[in-house]
Ligand binder design. Structure first.
Ligand SMILES: Nc1nc2c(c(=O)[nH]1)N[C@H]1C(S)=C(S)[C@@H](COP(=O)(O)OP(=O)(O)OC[C@H]3O[C@@H](n4cnc5c(N)ncnc54)[C@H](O)[C@@H]3O)O[C@H]1N2
Ligand code: MOO
Length: 421
């Protein structure tokens, strides 16, 4: 049995590395393209044709030879004979020769002989006079023509295995006729809140007790990372009940996440339960706060994350350890949290601390366009509300502080588009 109650805390980066070394991407499934948003691609898709497939007009106008209108101007237009009209979706029938042009619509194939398109606005009576057109502007060879293969060249990789499928990726797959797509399955993540002091969200408050806020919060984080959360309610601080409940859940999910019961209290039983259910401990305690006492193990290849119970600790633990595991099992090649470097508004004390701290902060764009961060006021592990005014975690490594104006690394919590000015 590997459970070591007095194991020494490890750096959080080492904890992340250890987790990723014991898990694997889930099996590949094939699903309709319309359902594939948010999945990771399990195959590399190669372009089996050019996009565009032919030289096409980028404007409504006239396909012509640039050399025929080299001297055209507003005061001295050039008259060309109009051969035909080419709507998008049709093939040209006529070849452009000296002194001729064809009316062409945006997206339609360029006729043979033409080497440029002039916009209809730079011509006169264009749409009424089907015989001829007056061109009031010169054009250069290639003007208003999207070349064959301009977007994607035949034979090139369009998307590689491990790419997260967003709206753009779905559009590209549709372009190549991929109606069903091979992706990695998404992990089912069981969530169990532990603690005899906890009440269900809909229960009336009882003196000394509090409602389970971690359950729904963790489910939200799991969903945002692309996992499928399943909430299994509250379990009391009793070893036998926890053991039974956790084994039951483990049969049904790919990952188990619990919160509470991992520190040194008389009722902190999670370590004991790991021992009872024969879960192999990967680590217990990291050199990072909030969430220092987090316990992580595997049971029959399924990771178990026993997160520290304080709400901010659970949130940060999930962000640093659970979400990367979800992304990795979902097929991501880059599962660790997104980070950026920003300039500190104010000094951050910390030289005397041994562990890394993740401080709540607000990253914003300064009027000069610089990414800067201000530290939120409340940082205690039991405080959740200060995340409302935060959008990042500022990493303050052990033994280090920051001067005002110094650069620090922050872990982004919201979308980058949410950075406020
Ligand atoms: N003697 C020591 N005491 C503590 C240590 C330590 O090293 N030695 N570590 C402290 C740290 S750091 C943390 S973090 C907490 C984490 O402890 P647990 O994971 O055992 O969490 P609990 O004691 O079960 O709960 C802590 C706190 O959070 C509340 N809680 C728990 N679950 C929920 C939930 N689902 N929703 C809302 N609130 C929840 C719980 O009621 C407690 O108030 O331990 C320190 N102690
Ligand atoms: O590591 Mo604990 O989460 O600070 O209070």
């Amino acid at each position: 049995m590997l459970y070591i109650p007095n194991s020494s805390p490890i750096p959080f980066e080492e904890a992340q590395r250890l987790i990723l070394s014991v898990i694997r991407p889930l099996p590949v499934i094939t699903i309709p393209l319309s359902k594939a948003l948010g999945y990771y691609l399990a195959e590399t898709v190669r372009a089996d044709h050019d996009v565009p497939m032919f030289d096409r007009s980028t404007v409504d106008g006239y396909a012509l030879r640039a050399e025929d209108v080299i001297n055209a101007s507003a005061s001295d237009p050039v008259k060309l004979k109009v051969l035909e009209e080419i709507p998008a979706g049709y093939l040209p029938q006529q070849k452009i020769t000296q002194g001729t042009a064809s009316r062409i619509m945006t997206g339609a194939p360029i006729p043979e002989g033409a080497n440029a398109v002039v916009m209809v606005e730079k011509t006169e009576n264009a749409m009424e006079d089907s015989e001829s057109v007056l061109v009031y502007q010169s054009v250069k060879i290639g003007d208003a023509i999207a070349k064959k293969g301009q977007d994607v060249e035949e034979g090139k990789d369009v998307l590689t295995q491990g790419t997260l499928l967003g709206p753009i990726e779905l559009g590209l797959l549709a372009t190549f006729g991929i109606a069903s797509v091979a992706v990695y399955a998404k992990p089912k993540v069981g969530i169990l809140s532990t603690g005899s002091e906890l009440l269900n969200v809909d229960e009336p408050i009882v003196p000394g007790k509090l409602r389970d806020s971690n359950g729904v919060m963790l489910a939200g984080q799991v969903s945002q990372a692309g996992g499928e959360p399943v909430y299994f309610g509250i379990a009391p601080d009793k070893v036998e009940e926890l053991e039974k409940k956790m084994l039951e859940i483990l049969q049904q999910v790919d990952i188990l996440v619990t919160s509470g019961g991992v520190s040194m209290g008389e009722y902190d039983f999670l370590g004991k339960v790991f021992e009872k259910i024969n879960a192999k401990v990967i680590f217990w305690k990291t050199l990072a706060r909030p969430g220092m006492p987090v316990l992580c193990g595997v049971w029959q290849d399924k990771p178990i994350f026993a997160l520290a119970g304080n709400p901010a600790s659970s949130y940060v633990n999930a962000h640093l350890y659970v979400l990367p595991a979800i992304r990795y099992m979902s097929g991501s090649k880059d599962p660790l949290p997104k980070r950026v470097t920003v300039v500190c508004d104010e000094a951050i004390e910390g030289k005397q601390m041994l562990h890394t701290r993740f401080l709540r902060g607000l990253t914003y764009v300064s009027p000069t366009g610089e990414l800067r961060v201000k530290i939120s006021k409340k940082q205690a592990s039991n405080v959740l509300s200060s995340f409302l005014e935060s959008n990042c975690l500022v990493k303050v490594p052990g033994g280090k502080g920051f001067n005002a104006g110094e650069k620090a690394e922050v872990y982004l919590l919201g979308a980058v588009e949410e950075l406020r000015q």
